[in-house]
Design a binder for this molecule. Structure first.
Ligand SMILES: NC(=O)c1ccc[n+]([C@@H]2O[C@H](COP(=O)([O-])OP(=O)(O)OC[C@H]3O[C@@H](n4cnc5c(N)ncnc54)[C@H](O)[C@@H]3O)[C@@H](O)[C@H]2O)c1
Length: 253
């Protein structure tokens, strides 16, 4: 008996990167996984590898109609959903003065509005399933700020607040809602970053999508007394700046 046998899980942005790793792990634990993404070819190819009852759902998470269709089709094909991973995300660069309003809105529409729409669309299904778990993929940028990604940080901080609200509202229905906050993970989103980006971290390397997937699985299956809280995997960044063991060795200023 696997830990997620008989469960239905929806993973947005599941076609590649962190979402694909989450989809693989949840499927390996027995769940029927709905890979929901705008990347149809990648999504369908992953689902073919997952086998079982897993299916691909074309979905732009920023579309309310899209979510209504996804919720109805999923429940018709697989039954009620008890795990929702709102993972779809995009990052667009630009300081406050550089970034266009259209870019700001795109980032918020996918990263924040997308998760809000997803929770609204699937909350009735989670209730019909008798309860479940929602995992919202925030970021280290939802806990601290980085210059040049204001819209992304705003969306990821917002997602953290939304997670706590949803946790309070859905607790009576047996639904836990938590956020996961990865630091630098090696995916297409960080393709332009070289190893120097993580060199100053206590754990001086990029994280792997599979490490995030294991955290998501932990939240879903083991963190049964946790809701409305943050699960962080950041290579130690939040612990503080790089250690200075003996200031005298640093030499004169
Ligand atoms: N890679 C990192 O360092 C990192 C760090 C912290 C948080 N995250 C978050 O993790 C999540 C996954 O990112 P990733 O690193 O795997 O990036 P990625 O670009 O490889 O994957 C993102 C996925 O989301 C999908 N997507 C984008 N817009 C969508 C939309 N409108 N509707 C449906 N699907 C859409 C993409 O097609 C893609 O499959 C994102 O929310 C990202 O913000 C990533």
């Amino acid at each position: 008996m696997k830990r997620l046998d008989g469960r239905v899980a929806v993973v947005t942005g599941g076609a590649r990167g962190i979402g694909a790793a989450v989809a693989r792990l949840l499927a390996a634990e027995g769940a029927a996984v709905v890979v929901a993404d705008v990347l149809e070819a990648e999504g369908r190819s992953l689902v073919a590898q997952l086998g079982g009852r897993s299916r691909f759902q074309p979905l732009d998470v920023s579309s309310e109609d899209g979510w209504q269709r996804a919720a109805a089709e999923t429940e018709r094909e697989l039954g009620p959903v008890s795990v929702l991973v709102n993972n779809a995300g995009i990052m667009e660069w630009g300081t406050m003065e550089e970034q266009s309003l259209a870019s700001f809105r795109r980032v918020v529409d996918v990263n924040l509005q997308g998760a809000w729409l997803g929770m609204r669309a699937l909350a009735p299904s989670l209730r019909r399933a008798g309860g479940g778990v929602i995992v919202n993929m925030s970021s280290l940028a939802g806990l601290i700020a980085y210059a040049g990604i204001g819209a992304y940080a705003a969306a990821k901080w917002g997602l953290r607040g939304l997670t706590k609200t949803a946790a309070l509202e859905l607790a009576p229905d047996g639904v836990r809602v938590c956020s996961v906050h990865p630091g630098a993970i090696r995916t297409a989103m960080t393709a332009g970053f070289d190893d120097s980006y993580t060199a100053g971290q206590p754990l001086p390397r990029f994280g792997e999508p599979e490490e995030v997937a294991r955290m998501v699985l932990f939240v879903v299956t083991d963190a049964t007394y946790s809701t409305g809280v943050e699960f962080v995997l950041d290579g130690g960044v939040l612990a503080g700046p790089p250690a200075v063991l003996n200031p005298a060795e640093q030499g004169p200023e």
